[in-house]
Design a protein around this ligand. Structure first.
Ligand SMILES: [Zn+2]
Length: 63
């Protein structure tokens, strides 16, 4: 199982997808929603909204 590079939290599929979308599709280091939010200076809620938007757009990185 993939873990967050910063806090070592086990990651959900959507967190891996979000990292790919927000940082780099080819990245091999992933971040949880909390650490993504800190990195981008936004709230976790905003990251979750982005995930929902990606899902609605039919992005295959998300479940
Ligand atoms: Zn984390």
């Amino acid at each position: 199982m993939e873990r967050c590079r910063i806090c070592q939290k086990p990651l959900a599929q959507n967190e891996i997808g979000a990292t790919k979308k927000l940082i780099n599709r080819n990245t091999t280091e992933f971040l949880c929603v909390h650490c993504l939010a800190e990195k981008f200076g936004v709230t976790e809620e905003r990251i979750n909204e982005m995930i929902e938007t990606f899902k609605k757009n039919g992005c295959t990185l998300f479940v």
